[in-house]
Ligand binder design. Sequence first.
Ligand code: SF4
Length: 258
Amino acid sequence: MYDGWNPWHGCTKISPGCAHCYVYRRDEAFGGTASKCRKTAAFDLPLRRDRSGGWKLPLGSWVYTCFTSDFLLADADDWRPDCWKMMRERSDCTFCFFTKRIERIGSCLPPDWGDGYDNVVVGCTVENQEMAERRLPVFAELPIKRRLIVAEPLLGHIDVSPWLGCVEEVCAGGESGKDARPCDFEWVLALRDACAERGVPFSFHQTGARFVRGGKLYKIPRRLQHVQAKKAGIDIPGPGERRKRPPEPTAEQLELPL
Ligand code: SF4
């Protein structure tokens, strides 16, 4: 069972991978802007119960957290302590967030973090070699129990080999949207091969809208991007639970008119 929780919405672009951010695209499609971060009505979702008294986020859920923002965004510093408390209280769930601001985590952790919460998975996003070399050395040194490398949107060849020893999975995928930059299958395979060499699970999430294979550019419709990636058959399954890709936010989650 997996679910989503967006305690806040909106973000600031900080690196090349943000250029065609889907949160901005979705907000603009509904006449809004994602440039201003705001707390959402779903802020306390992990602690909410339904009419029968059960948790709204079912017991044992895998919870994609903050996927319409960045969990380590400075604008959310005042709100994050309550989120850590909710994650702590819902120790039956696993909370997973991706970030392009891993260097901020030291100043964002709760006092009882220790060497990490068992139920929090942190995904460090790297879209090119420059970002990998900037973020992954920091990531590898942090007290985090469960780590992922998220190479999305993949914008070039990346060598993540020096940091594979500390992660439980590497995910890769291309960019979606009408202005998407091409994703070359060779880049994906290079990541996959590095993972295979070290026995690290790997998941090819999606091809992106412009996918290059064998030197030829293919335009892939949104509905087929995930399917085509899976058809490539290059995933390396992990021993633990299988995860799905983060859900794209619905208009309701974005709190925009349908
Ligand atoms: S960090 Fe993520 S959510 Fe924020 S602007 Fe960049 S791509 Fe969008």
